[in-house]
Design a protein around this ligand. Sequence first.
Ligand SMILES: *Cc1c(COP(=O)(O)O)cnc(C)c1O
Length: 343
Amino acid sequence: MMTERLLTTMVPGLDAMYKPVDLVQRPTPLSRESSLAACWQLADLWIKRDDLSSPVYGGSKVRNLEYFFGDAISKGASSVATMGPLGSHQVLATATFGRLNGLHTRALLTPQPNVHEAGLNQRLLPALGMEFLRCERFIDVPLAFLRIRYQRHQGQRPYWIPPGSHHPIGVLGVIEGALEIAAAIRNGELPMVDDIVVPTGTCATAAGVWLGIAMAGLPIRTVPVRMVPMMITGPGKMKKLAMKTLALLRQAGYTAEPQFGEILWVDDFAGPGYGQGNADAEQAARDVAQAENSSNFRTETTYIAKTLAMFRHQTLRGRRVLFWNTYSAVDPDPSTLTAKVAA
Ligand SMILES: *Cc1c(COP(=O)(O)O)cnc(C)c1O
């Protein structure tokens, strides 16, 4: 039995608007990483284990999908569509949880250098029953986009989930995670921290963390570490998305004033390009794998290892840090998912 959402307790009108579905095992655990903290000269290091957000397939996108799926289902949609690069976790999460929730799924895949996730998606998406178009060249994207987004499925246009879940509805699920952190601090499970570090793409996750911590009234700094080209993200976009999300909460009856904390937006660790690793990131991944008394969580190239590489530099030296682990601890297994649907 799931406990009630902390966000629902704060904004009771919200569930009537979006009817969120339960996908996340709430609250996700917290683990302390003392030897990594010592290795990276941090005063303290905790991990928000959103890698364990679901035993089926975890990571940050599961939180976004709770409200998107709820909205889609309550609007009578039988199909959902999205897009992302070839190795997109959002596309894989949509295929996985769409299957579990009886929704037809569709996606457009855009070109990306060959990483583990790209091979994974190529293998898993067909097995999960997703309908997808894979573009080898960017020039092919616009036409494919029109087909994925607008072609009817069973007489209806699919419900659209924007790339990266960069939309206020997607941010709502992330706020819940931030409120879980605030609750853990209040009940003594987590000591106060200075910074929450968020591997950042479209900044939907960072916007939700920043807004959620502000709603909880905690003076914690949000540290988004950019991993995608500047063109599609940035602190301005992050604040704007948080404000749009706040406007949506206002519509649902939220009247309190969030106490916004500082943002330290970090641009220095995205090189040499999206999905491409570097030596610092490889060393940071080895630090995690070799740490003693550690959860030795999985790292990957596109977001996690390159964000952790920041800790090998002086940026946050001496600070009490919470790292928001956005990358799933497990890959989905289509054979067990089929069994669940049949059961
Ligand atoms: C999508 C994703 C991110 C980036 O999230 P945004 O909300 O787009 O900034 C970070 N890490 C992982 C593992 C992801 O899949």
